[in-house]
Design a protein around this ligand. Structure first.
Ligand SMILES: Cc1ncc(C[n+]2csc(CCOP(=O)(O)OP(=O)(O)O)c2C)c(N)n1
Length: 557
């Protein structure tokens, strides 16, 4: 099985060991440095690492867990991978066959009243196979990997301990037949032609999503935007789909978005969705505009919204953008008169507001942005912190922007950063709230262990900030469970992990010093920003509630 992983091109496997998966861990570790395991502190984080590794390398992520608690802990990570369409292979151990259903330790065989891991994991994967014989195990790994990559989703194999230990006939193992690639379904040329005709109207606004980044379609999107003379907006998780400094860039669309993106959409006659299904956070507040604009979509899956005469070009994104480009080029050549009129590019002054002087999320992110390497991976966690980052921080120009929008599970960034750092070899930046840190932050230990280049910034507002604001602004009654006593996360981590560079910051001066000191740290570092208030982030439900009360933006006492 470890050999099959090597043949598949897998170099890092993430997981947590245990009695029913230890043989598999050993088999992988024996093959170092061709392949190695990275021990996570929780199976959710190991799964998130595999998920982020797959997103940044555009290849397969692998996670391994034991049965029982290990198998159950990986569920939320696979759920994120399924909802966000990320190819992950999970290899999950099971107790020896002869004791399954007979009170075996961590029994998840579904026999004798035991929990059935296959039933549970089927709900968060496109395939979940239980191995029945040792000889077929390498083939099982390869076929599950093929399903995961081709369908861009998680696949699981359950392997009993005795099968992991059984000798097999090596001569009987077949080599991997063909390299595995995502399924590439060519679009119907008549649909491409129809899309081309719809796109002759002006102005066009593009809404670009995360699939653009995941398939490396940015250069093709750039060409498409120029050809259509379109303004480009991005979804919250698709910030790296288009150069944020390009004059065509009109900002983020949806609940955490910018007025400039809403204006570009309102002005458009045609809206072209590229690599997004437009989930609710990407369309919130703009539903009525989408309903009356001609809609063309080009993405693997159909959009969640419908409009009259909407056109969907499904299948392989890059191939389909290229087909559309040549269709548009042909149409342009066939027309003596140019079909387009020059775009009127509105000023982007509404996109990026100058950071305010006070010590708040906006000014902190402004300062961080100036230190961000162009090729960094930015990982944005849930809550107010996520909303602020999505609104205020530019995506690095040739880096990655990861937001676990599938499940929006707090704490994804801590495991995710481990996978991102191994996947790219470059710097990862984690932006997370104190609540997210308390959930999964101890995977910083993994970064310390491997001296990974990860910069953690924890926004400590002593609360589950977003939930507190929901109470105050939307429920209009505070039940008193979302506020925490103060803590010193920076000092705490420095004491806990000898040698870890870590700061507690209470002002912009503190932050400036910490950022400049952290610039020379090659491994992990932590900055905990102690926010004076729970701020109201740029999140439309909160802003609307405030406006309805006639209140100002900022913080709510
Ligand atoms: C795993 C999980 N549980 C619960 C939630 C619901 N939730 C959304 S935001 C939030 C609070 C986030 O607090 P924190 O990480 O401190 O960030 P802040 O909002 O304060 O910036 C919660 C509990 C979630 N998104 N994920």
């Amino acid at each position: 099985m470890a050999g099959a992983l090597i043949r598949l091109g897998v170099r890092h496997v993430f997981g947590v060991g245990g009695a029913n998966i230890e043989d598999m861990f050993l088999a992988v570790q024996r093959r170092r440095p061709r392949i190695m395991t990275i021990l996570g502190k929780h199976e959710y984080s190991a799964g998130a690492a595999a998920d982020a590794y797959a997103r940044v390398t555009r290849s397969l992520g692998v996670v391994m867990t034991t049965s029982g608690g290990g198998a159950m802990n990986v569920v939320p990570a696979l759920a994120e991978s399924l909802a966000s369409r990320v190819p992950v292979l999970a290899i999950v151990g099971e107790p020896p066959t002869n004791v399954q259903g007979l009170g075996a330790f961590q029994d998840t065989s579904g026999r004798g009243g035991a929990v059935d891991a296959q039933t549970v994991l089927r709900g968060v994967a496109v395939s979940c196979e239980r191995a029945t014989g040792a000889q077929d195990l390498p083939a099982l790994v390869e076929s599950a990997a093929r399903i995961a990559v081709e369908r861009s989703a998680p696949a699981v194999i359950l392997v009993a301990k005795d099968l992991q230990q059984a000798p097999i006939d090596r001569a009987g193992i077949t080599e991997l037949i063909a390299p595995i690639k995502p399924l590439s379904i060519a679009a119907d040329p008549t649909v491409i032609a129809k899309a081309g005709r719809a796109l002759t109207h002006r102005p066009v606004v593009i809404v670009a999503g995360d699939e653009v980044c995941r398939t490396g379609a940015q250069p093709d999107l750039q060409r498409l935007a120029s050809m259509l003379e379109a303004r480009v907006t991005v979804t919250p998780d698709g910030r790296a789909a288009f150069d944020n400094l390009d004059p065509r860039f009109a900002g983020v669309i949806g609940a955490m978005g910018h007025p400039s993106a809403a204006h570009a959409l309102a002005e458009a006659r045609v809206c072209l969705l590229v690599g997004t299904r437009l989930p609710i956070l990407a369309r919130q507040g703009r539903e009525s505009i989408f309903a009356k604009t001609a809609l063309v979509s080009i993405a693997r899956d159909e959009p969640f919204i419908t409009a009259q005469d909407a056109i969907h070009v499904g299948g392989n994104l890059v191939a389909n953008i290229r087909a559309l480009l040549s269709e548009l080029e042909d149409a342009r050549r066939g027309n003596a008169q140019p079909l387009t009129r020059p775009p009127t590019l509105a000023s982007d002054s509404q996109i990026f507001v100058e950071p305010s002087a006070s010590f708040g999320s906006e000014s902190i992110l402004g300062m961080i942005e100036r230190t961000l390497p162009d090729n960094a991976v930015v990982l944005v966690d849930a809550g107010n912190t996520g909303a602020h980052a999505i609104h205020h921080l530019r995506a690095p120009r040739c880096g990655h922007w990861l937001v676990a929008m599938g499940m929006a599970g707090m704490g994804y960034t801590f495991g995710g950063a481990i996978g991102a750092a191994f996947g790219t070899g470059g710097r990862a930046l984690v932006l997370a709230g104190d609540g997210a840190f308390f959930m999964h932050g101890l995977d910083i230990h993994t970064a310390v262990e491997h001296q990974l280049p990860i910069s953690y910034v924890i926004f400590d507002n002593r609360a589950h900030g977003m939930c507190l604001l929901r109470e105050r602004l939307l429920l209009e009654e505070e039940a008193g469970y979302n506020v925490f006593r103060p803590s010193n996360i920076g000092a705490g981590l420095a004491a806990m992990f000898p040698g870890l560079a870590s700061w507690d910051c209470h002002s912009l001066d503190d932050l400036e010093r910490a950022l400049s000191d952290s610039a020379i740290v090659s491994g992990p570092s932590v900055i905990c920003a102690h926010l004076p208030d729970v701020e109201v982030p740029p999140f439309s439900p909160f802003r609307s509630a405030l406006a309805a009360r006639g209140g100002a933006t900022g913080s709510v006492a």
